[in-house]
Design a binder for this molecule. Structure first.
Ligand SMILES: Cc1ncc(COP(=O)(O)O)c(C=O)c1O
Length: 394
């Protein structure tokens, strides 16, 4: 028997090897708020963390635990905790691990909600964030060397799929005594394992590829036990707990994670190549293309390039985007990504809706940029759909 089964086997079995209830082969959705004990000594031991068990579902719950265990296993992590959304884990991690006077070094291209944490909420508590040019590794390392409590990365980024050299930056952060956090939402554990590259913590908006069916919100973070304990403690008190029903949906979705991601990797690469050669397209952003500036780093640190790409139209206006999107038959125009169905949307209405047009321009996000989250449909249909849609730009 293989000591460490392949990721595809672990997506199916991890967190679900023990029967929870009377041999039921599927993890039950445990809707109970509290867990009863006839033996007071046992109750006390569980409450004090001296014995495994559950007390109250704001803290822990068996269905949520099974979901967490699956992610912990796939990310090769020591410990794990979860929250109601991706932003739930991100904000819990930042508030649990930072204190007044601390400084975070991060990049300009983090997900919109994360950058709002850096620009609006952390400063209220005397925590500053220095946001570097995402691909300027020299600048990031220089800022880290000045001293900081945390280096926060996201790779690939949302929406222009920029790549950070995680191993290089993690090494610099370690030398400065900083904690390294990586948002691995776009890559998923199938394509990238940040903990193997030196990160201390890896997190996901499980709402996206992990769940994969756009029917449940969730967030999960795993890595060093001492740090996860602090994040768990903050999250049990702030109450942004993952609901057992959502945990069940995410857990079920994750059984096909490996299959879905392999298909999305393949689809995205073929679509990126098609778009790159199309006369109506000015630029394609996909780390799997040799023309992408982070391609060499991505090849080193990723096992696949992911299902996310974005492209810019030659007619660079929001009006051009609004004429194109309704022509696509096999794509939801929606503020989401990572599902089995293809999803499209401009950053102006999705990841960067909080930004002004000028701020988007400063971030290098053109008005006609379209984020394309490749689904698991047949790639021939997706390419034909794009060909038909783009025909209006002749
Ligand atoms: C890369 C990334 N991180 C975090 C989040 C936040 O996740 P959630 O919407 O589950 O709070 C998102 C949401 O789009 C995202 O794309």
């Amino acid at each position: 028997m293989n000591e460490k089964p392949h990721l595809g086997t672990r997506t199916v079995w991890a967190g679900e090897e023990e029967y929870l209830l009377q041999g039921a082969t599927q993890v039950p959705v445990v809707h109970s708020v509290a867990f009863g004990y006839r033996d007071m000594d046992e109750w006390l031991q569980v409450a004090l963390g001296q014995k495994e068990g559950h007390i109250y579902s704001r803290n822990t719950n068996p269905t949520v635990h099974a979901f967490e265990e699956k992610v912990r296993n796939l990310e090769d992590a020591e410990a794990v905790t979860s929250a109601a959304t991706g932003m739930g884990v991100i904000s819990s991690a930042l508030f649990a691990l930072l204190a007044p006077g601390d400084r975070v070094v991060s990049v300009k291209d983090t997900y919109g909600g994360t950058s709002v944490m850096f620009s609006e909420f952390l400063p209220k508590f005397g925590i500053s964030a220095t946001l570097c040019e995402t691909t300027d590794h020299t600048q990031i390392m220089a800022e880290v060397a000045k001293g900081c409590r945390m280096l926060y990365l996201e790779s690939p980024t949302n929406p222009t799929t920029k790549i950070s050299d995680i191993a290089l930056l993690a090494q610099a952060a370690k030398a400065a005594g900083a904690i390294v956090i990586v948002d691995n939402t776009f890559a998923t554990p199938i394509n990238q394992t940040p903990l193997h590259l030196g990160a201390d913590l890896v997190l996901h908006s499980a709402t996206k590829f992990l769940g994969g069916h756009a029917d449940a919100l969730g967030g999960v973070i795993c890595g060093r036990k001492d740090l996860i304990q602090q994040i768990y403690h903050f999250r049990e008190i702030n109450g942004a707990t993952l609901h057992p029903m959502a945990a069940y949906l995410l857990l079920r979705g994750m059984k096909t994670l490996d299959l879905r991601i392999q298909r999305q990797n393949d689809n995205a690469l073929q679509i990126a190549r098609f778009l790159e050669s199309h006369p109506a397209i000015a630029r394609v952003y996909y780390p799997g293309l040799a023309s992408h500036e982070g391609h060499e780093i991505a090849r080193r640190q990723m096992r696949g390039f992911g299902g996310m790409l974005s492209f810019m139209l030659k007619e660079d206006s929001l009006d051009a985007v609004s004429r194109l999107l309704p022509r696509l038959r096999f794509a939801h125009a929606a503020a989401n990504l990572g599902a089995v169905e293809t999803i499209v949307g401009p950053p102006a209405t999705t990841s960067h809706v909080e930004c002004t047009r000028e701020e988007r321009a400063q971030l290098g996000i053109p008005e006609s940029l379209i984020r394309y989250s490749t689904g698991i449909e047949h790639v021939g249909d997706l390419i034909a759909d794009l060909q038909h849609g783009l025909a209006i730009f002749r």
